[in-house]
Design a protein around this ligand. Sequence first.
Ligand code: ZN
Length: 485
Amino acid sequence: MNSLSKTFSLVFLLFFTSFVLIAQENSEYKTYKRKRKYTLADSLRGALRPERTCYDVHYYNLAISINPKKKIIGGSNEIHFKVMQPTAKIQVDLFGNMEVEKIVFSDKELTFSRIHHAIFISFPDTLPLHSLQKVQVFYQGSPKVPAQTDQRHGFYWDKDEKGRDWIGLCCEHLGASFWFPNKDHLSDEPDSMRMHYTFPADLTCISNGVLEKIDTLSQQKTYHWFSKNPINNYNVTFYLGHYAALTLPYTNGNGEHEITHYFLDYERDAANTYFQHTPTFVKFFEDLYGEYPFWNEKLAIVQSPYLGMEHQTCVAIGRAVTIEEYENWAYVHQIPWASVVPHEIAHEWWGNAVSANDMADVWLHEGFATYSELLLIESALGREAYLKEVEKRRTFIQYFYPVIGNREVNEDTFSKGDVYYKGALILHELREEIGDSRVFFAVLKRFFMQYKYKTVNTEDFINTVNDVTKKGYTKFLKDKLYKIR
Ligand SMILES: [Zn+2]
């Protein structure tokens, strides 16, 4: 073969290869489009419908009893809201398998109808603009338990190794309306929330925020918790079990604090082992992003009957995570227990303080928390280890969905995990593209400081990148976030 035909063959091969790749991508995208058929249920759950945008929640007051024997919960949630558009009808969400007993407004029962997981509440008169209102939804039922195929989302009526009750829940993407009535859309966080949990007296309850009071009756206890800060719906949670606590002092430039680890009372040694690293993670993230946003409540990690979750001020660390599983992480021997713990703690900045306002943008939670793990590796083990881990995580990317899904449908961008790994690698690539790590970290810090306690979407992040760098990264980021490859 002469050099001309070699060149021709090479050009043809390149052309053919890219044609195959484009064709593959197109058919992949078509499959993606085909599979994404949205229903009325998706819109009711995920859209900012007029019956939702007409009101703004400012406070929830949730009071429930938990009955482990019957596996039911019940009680009420008071929804305090401001009227943003005059209306005689609002939408509140509660899964269809949960029974609504009554809805009370100004001491009178209201009429309501239910479609899928939405409740439409009718008021006798139009509620005036900017007025402050309150409805109390009484309900009960057996909340959804995790499917066998998805040991992640739902209500856990578990037992500890001594056969005692160990109860908890997690519901990222599933939504808090699977267990209590609320306006289940990420764009509307209450400014604060009280949670009153009544349960058998032998158990202890950990929840979000600060513990205000414990009432004890002969057979039952009620714990009263208060989240002083805005909280997104899926972060609201509680843990019931036979918990003990370890506390470590923590000091930063603004004062002295405590970090608490709640664990099952027979796990003290294991808890001690991995808890000792937690202050290091917190210090690292405070230096990088800004001060921990919930010191006015607490910083706690809690042993949970499921893998992990970023529950605000009481992040879950699962017992299912064994030492062997940690060995899959490159840095396990240098920083034991370093994967799930820092991931969930990083969410206090990314996901909890700065929260996405639609599930389509949830890479702002998961990509950022996953990238925080990589930054911790870089800080502890150096640049080479960091780059090695970046390449390892690249192999986990499925390239099945775009990182950003469709808005207003409660998109399940979790199903292939790309919001984690691809999300993290997009941050890595942005840092490389910017070329100066100090500028890149200034972007992250500004994004946190500007939007803490608020909800955001990806455009807010892109605008921050462009503002801080004084350059245009819109196309760079949109190509990576909206295209499958
Ligand atoms: Zn996460």
